[in-house]
Design a protein around this ligand. Sequence first.
Ligand SMILES: [Zn+2]
Length: 698
Amino acid sequence: MKNFILSLIALILNLSLIFAQTVDNKKWGSDIVHKWRLEHEVGYAESYEKLKNYVADFVAKHPNGYSPKSIITIPVVFHVVLSPTEHSSFLDLRCIENIGTLNTDYSGTNTHSMSDFPASLKANCDIQFCLATIDTSGAATSGIERRDYIGPDWATGDNGVKQTATGGFDAWDPTKYLNIWVCNLEYGMLGYATYPTVLDNFYGLVIDYTATGTTGALPPYDLGGTASHEIGHCLYLSHIWGDSPGCTNDDGFSDTPIQDIASYGAPTGVIFDDCQTTSPGIMYMNFMDYSDDIAYANFTPDQKLAMQALFAPGGVLEPLTTSDKCGIPQSNDSVFADFQATTARLIVQGQTVGFQDNSTGNISSWYWTFQSGSPASSTFQNPLNIIYNTPGIYDVCLIVSNGIYSDTLCKQGYIVVTTQPWPDPNGYCDTISNNLPTEFPLTFVNLLPSNWGYLPGHNGLHIKAYADKYVNYTFNVISQLIVPVSKAWASLPSSTIRFKIWSGSSFPQTELGFKDINISNMTPYMYYPVLFDSPIQVNGTFFCGFELTYSTPQDTFTCYMVNDRGALGLNTLFVKDSNNTWRTCDDVFGIHTSLGTMVAGCLSNNLVNIEQNVTNNKVAVYPLPSSGLLNIDFSEITLDNDVEMRVFDLLGNELKIPKSKTSENLFKIDFSLQTSGIYFIIIRYKTQLYKTKVSVIH
Ligand SMILES: [Zn+2]
């Protein structure tokens, strides 16, 4: 075989020298290789004959044409073998552009003129191309691989460019990908292709980098026509004039006029030759002629039929029809953004914050943005010394990428900047939930008649636990949950519900802490504060919810949740079924929702002393955010001098805001005259302090 290749190269070299001086033969490559192989390569003539017979047989069986059940989409990989200088001028965009022109040309949507030929001769071939997204190992790919090559220009027919060992790239599995090699071909040749006699590692096309894509490609070969022409050969088509001069040979298709010789340049209008002396003349606009890209317009229905024969059952290209290489790569090639501050997040203006990247995946680039920070962005993996000079509460975002996939995580209200050290050294507290102010009122579902019981609560499916997923929050410790109770009936005085925090990524995994609450202590239709015995430290995704036990007689506990958000809506609720398997609420109940639970946490700079920051389990603050009246709900009757409430703005200024007592245990603070923004409330109840951050939105 090697000798054949060597002599082929010598032959091509000689022929190229001769023809370089005669006609514009830049598209001549496929013809040279094909004719050389017919004469010299053992078995090639026979396999080409077999291919012709197969196609002829298929065509005969489909006198009215043929369309596949669905459009055939062929995954394409570009192997780019160029010098460093050539690489720098050949952007990935060129390959992407060429996929686009192929899809236009093969769908019959190229807008170039058909002259006097009917539009029906511009066929939609039902063939499309896509850049591969999955490589041979299953990993993500851009569909473009590059290699530096320093050496003489590649000769037409030299399979060296198709082999890694000889300076090129080995083909990717030809039953899964169409291989396109892009290189610098000698003598200005534009490209050459192999006919589909066999799907081997040399099947595919080689095109000169100057004739690939559009932006920066060399006119008149800058509209992607070279790839469309060469892939025509890959898909069986021969040249429209029948590959030798005269009116007695043909390309085998009845809807392409017999043509004497190749066309060159950019013909327009009706062109006659010795074989075609009346309108519409020769079909110089066919992709299988040698016209310039600007003149190319069509493949005919008969050409389509021949191409489709290859993809039909039993055709040599049938394996390509089931290739999934333009699908979604395995998730281990994805990237997931995550980060944390390595310094305090509650700072005084002028102080700095450092960040640590906790992202996963084979990440190659990081892009951070620091709202109101300086610098305001960074491309370091672990940026340090971000200075914050203006008081406020700021978001931090990180975008990570592996060159193919990217992921973005924004932590809202992540950095808290004050004018002076906050009076309480333990930081400030915050209350979050997975429901929006617009999603009130909350609901719960009676599962009758299909099951007894409720969602989210005890029911006949014996759901063992419910947990809501949280990924975005400001605090680092959770001190309490505020649970909207809808049903609470205890069969025994000792019956309890276990409220719990888990860590995990996709589902609840590791228990971080819990608190058992007697059901008999909870009142239906009221918020119940669940105070953990000690604050639970969280970092990253956590789940918050409760575990149920089933007994005889049966307890009944149910809390509130958000109304079904519909099939496209967010679901953060997970349920642990009777087999102890965590599943999404959508999976089990067909409902996209979130628990109505609120999570109260604190951002503490001093975890050692966090016990001093215990919030009061006797009070609930809602709704958050507030648009006017904020409820301060105590679980027991309070005396006026039991309670003190103070409101501060972000700068630590105390505000005189109207407060009123509307019942024996319910107070209201009126924010309706305050501007939208963030406020801190410190509530002293008897001997304990409760602190929260309130967002006021008008
Ligand atoms: Zn050709």
